[in-house]
Design a protein around this ligand. Sequence first.
Ligand code: SF4
Length: 239
Amino acid sequence: MNLKRPRFLPDGLGPNRLPRIPNNSWGRIFKTLWERWGDPYWWPGSGAWEVAAGAILTQNTAWTNVERALAQLEECGWNGPEALLAAPVDELAEAVRPSGYYNVKARKLRELAKWWLETGRTARAALPDDDSLRDRLLAVWGVGPETADSIACYALGRPFFVVDAYTIRTVVRMRDLDESPGYDELQEEVHRELPRDTMLFNHLHGLLVVLGKEHCTARNPRCEGCPLQEMCIMNNKNR
Ligand code: SF4
């Protein structure tokens, strides 16, 4: 991916430290995407907090807008949870304006910062149970499943696969479904089929984003040259 910020990896993770990938449906999808693009180099951030803040800011907007909002937070010196909480709320909203929905996002950032100071930064030691960490994240105002899993996986190094619009679109087309699968349903399927491994889920989500940008675009997907072409029912039907 083309990033201005460096990629952040939680302690203990290495980009090439991957488990044995099974030869089932999700295993084949991962292996095929990995062979084509390799490490997608995701998620950008100078530290765990910035990754978590980015997960809020990226809601309903493109990453380029998040980069601008993060740069403004940095410029104001509000790039840590303590400093962010001390910032005047209206000025904080102004700083994150490039990411859209800026009043709401300022409030969400403040709620996440409070959680972070109470729980998040000690999460690895204090909350060994992944599911209870996720539940606590979901209890934070403004944090839904995609945001919770992004923070759990990319900021805190927990093995949760992030389902997003790119993933759902690709799955719907590959299986020629009439209805989109639900978030939990799709995540449970991936967790069942693949080893519960943070680095594997980190790469898989990043690779599906690359696929969604390069080939499986919202309109007029570019199936020619798509690495998943042979596994895709929609593509095979249209041949
Ligand atoms: S073959 Fe086409 S529809 Fe299928 S996953 Fe690739 S881009 Fe999407």
